[in-house]
Design a protein around this ligand. Structure first.
Ligand code: SF4
Length: 610
């Protein structure tokens, strides 16, 4: 059955080099097959690769940055404020994406744009203004050097209105830090894979959007009935109030108790001073308000203020778990005010908190072990919990000063310059690992290793299940769990919603099929949608295969195979390489890929390769 509604059927292509903008109608087949968000972006990136003979410099003008919400974005459904930024990643050199909450994606849809894709490079620092579907490239060199928030303010001032939503980059994006992020609505971030560096490479400091259209919906009354059921279910959940109170900060105590909290560069699984940087600490002295993405009753954003001491006046939305763990326990910081300052700084400068905390942790351990010399550190020693040195390194990374210039190019460059650092760096495919220690559960190692964008937890977060249930998992169960997550999770990004109601409150997946059917008028089962999202995962695998990735890249860093966790309930755990390789073999077999991890000949033809 064909899609009847839910889209404007419009792709807006902007070439910053020529200054041309073109509205391209989207065919039914494209809408039905790729759904939206990550799906639209993956197909557009694939087509660009085909057109360029599978050779694209992530920081070259030929790279495409596609931005799209999905058919559920902005539809007054639980957590329906997401959009995806999709590109060839400067961090990994292969497929990359990152999703952003807030309201930017909704405004883009209200401007009548189902997907915006940007190529080329503006001659000078500029911003792009999309006003109800019309694009204007506005040269604005004065934006150079501004923080994300300053840039947002200046763009609004220049346009003479606050009735726009802005996504902007900081100094990190301008300086092409390979893990620079895009910031929207003050502190919602498309944080991973360096999408901010792609904007920086295009001299694109910001994108402002204004839209006035009603979002198309086939059966709005039916949709609202379904929405009410979902909201009621969530409100009645035993963890709902805790989520509103603490958001993802509740995971600090949980991860610590499970022995999976990154501590001292993933050397320990628990942090001795967890009580100083957990959710209770935040509630006790720092939290001053809630914030949420569009239509989200979970309100997981914590607005925090430092009221006294060295960092007095620091105000930020966050940290959430990943930022607090990576800028706290992972670098040995036990002062919540310092974590807030580091988080705020990363947001202002526009660099990813996970990659930043990971690289700083590796530097501290590398120096402790004598791999890095004092000279390598520009004569400035660093140790666990050294707040000044850590904050100094954040500045240096964003501005590419001293050792920061190497760190700004990510883990790969670090290992190229200091090969022994391979023993302490934690990254997969060049993307620094998220804040869950996979040695506690081998399914998580498989999830990180086989992830299309590198070691990021949102592709498949299996560790809680494996560690919590504590049962004796078979190889088959582990592999099935990873593949199920990798199949379902793209769907949230394709539909344009947040995954957290499903993962944290157990909102049944079937809701999303009903939402989709009501919005588009296309009766579709969850199985149908999962088939489509599985196809998108295959597509991103094909992109990576064409760019040279294979089994050799589906692996984990040295530390995971060689250094057992030192402390906590998971002490002594390490990944057995033979078991890992066995799981990988099984994973490939179940995927239908060959022993080298390559999809079968002919798979490309389904996506229009020549
Ligand atoms: S749960 Fe948090 S991240 Fe997800 S939509 Fe709600 S506020 Fe945004």
């Amino acid at each position: 059955m064909a899609v009847k509604s839910g889209y404007f059927r419009s792709r807006l292509h902007v070439d910053l080099s020529t200054g041309r903008a073109e509205s391209i109608p989207l065919a039914d087949e494209f809408l039905e097959r790729y759904i939206g968000g990550r799906g639209f972006g993956a197909k557009i990136v694939w087509d660009a690769l085909v057109a360029h003979g599978f050779s694209i410099d992530p920081l070259g003008p030929e790279n495409t940055l596609a931005i799209a919400g999905g058919p559920l974005t902005g539809m007054y459904l639980p957590s329906s404020g997401k959009c995806s930024f999709v590109t060839i990643s400067p961090a990994t050199g292969v497929y990359g994406d990152s999703s952003m909450g807030g309201s930017f994606g909704i405004e883009l849809r209200q401007a009548g744009v189902d997907v915006l894709d940007i190529t080329g490079k503006a001659p000078v620092m500029s911003f792009l203004f999309i006003d109800d579907g019309k694009a204007a490239i506005v040269p604005f060199p004065e934006l150079a050097g501004k923080t994300c928030l300053e840039a947002e303010g200046l763009v609004k001032e220049r346009l003479g209105t606050h009735e726009v939503h802005v996504a902007s980059i900081g100094v990190g994006g301008e300086r092409l830090v390979r893990f620079a992020c895009v910031n929207g609505d003050w502190s919602r971030n498309a944080g991973r894979t360096g999408v901010g560096a792609v904007m920086g490479s295009k001299n694109l400091k910001a994108i402002a959007v204004r839209g006035s259209r009603d979002l198309p919906c086939h059966d709005f009354t039916g949709l609202m009935q379904e929405a009410e059921k979902a909201y009621s279910y969530m409100a009645d959940h035993k963890f709902f109030k805790m989520w509103q109170r603490e958001g993802l900060m509740n995971v600090m105590a949980y991860a610590n108790s499970m022995g999976i909290l990154p501590t001292h560069n993933f050397s320990d699984g628990t942090f001795p001073h967890i009580d100083r940087i957990n959710g209770e600490t935040m509630l006790g002295g720092y939290k001053i308000g809630d914030s949420a993405c569009f239509a989200c009753s979970m309100t997981c954003g914590n607005i925090c203020l430092v009221k006294q001491g060295k960092y007095v006046g620091t105000v930020t939305e966050g940290p959430e778990y990943e930022s607090c763990a990576m800028l706290g326990s992972n670098v040995g910081v036990d002062d919540f005010a310092a974590v807030l300052r580091a988080n705020q700084l990363c947001d202002e400068l526009g660099i990813d908190t996970i990659s930043t905390g990971s690289l700083i942790g590796a530097v501290i351990e590398g120096y402790e072990k004598g791999i890095l010399s004092l000279q390598d550190l520009d004569g400035e020693p660093i140790t666990w919990g050294d707040q000044d040195a850590i904050i100094g390194l954040i500045h240096k990374i964003a501005h590419r000063e001293g050792i920061g210039n190497t760190l700004a190019d990510g883990s790969r460059r670090v290992v190229e310059r200091w090969p022994e650092m391979a023993k302490v760096v934690l990254a997969v495919k060049g993307l620094e690992q998220s804040a869950y220690d996979s040695r506690a559960g081998v399914s998580m190692a498989l999830a990180y290793a086989t992830s299309d964008i590198g070691a990021h937890h949102t592709r498949a977060w299996t560790i809680a299940k494996e560690v919590e249930l504590g049962k004796d998992w078979s190889d088959e169960e582990r592999v099935d769990l990873v593949i199920y997550h990798q199949t379902l999770r793209p769907l949230f990004d394709m539909l344009g919603v947040c995954r957290l109601p499903w993962i944290e409150l157990g909102l049944n997946e079937e809701h999303y099929a009903r939402f989709y059917s009501a919005v588009t008028g296309r009766e579709t089962s969850l199985e149908d949608l999962l088939r489509l999202s599985r196809d998108v995962y295959t597509l991103t695998r094909l992109i990576n295969a064409r760019l040279g990735m294979s089994r050799k890249d589906d692996t984990m860093p040295y530390k995971v195979f060689n250094n057992p966790i030192r402390s906590g309930p998971t002490a002594g755990k390490v990944i057995d390489r033979q078991q890992f390789e066995r799981l990988l073999d099984l994973y490939y077999r179940k995927r239908g890929w060959d022993a080298n991890g390559i999809p079968p000949a002919g798979a490309e033809a389904a996506f229009g390769a020549t």
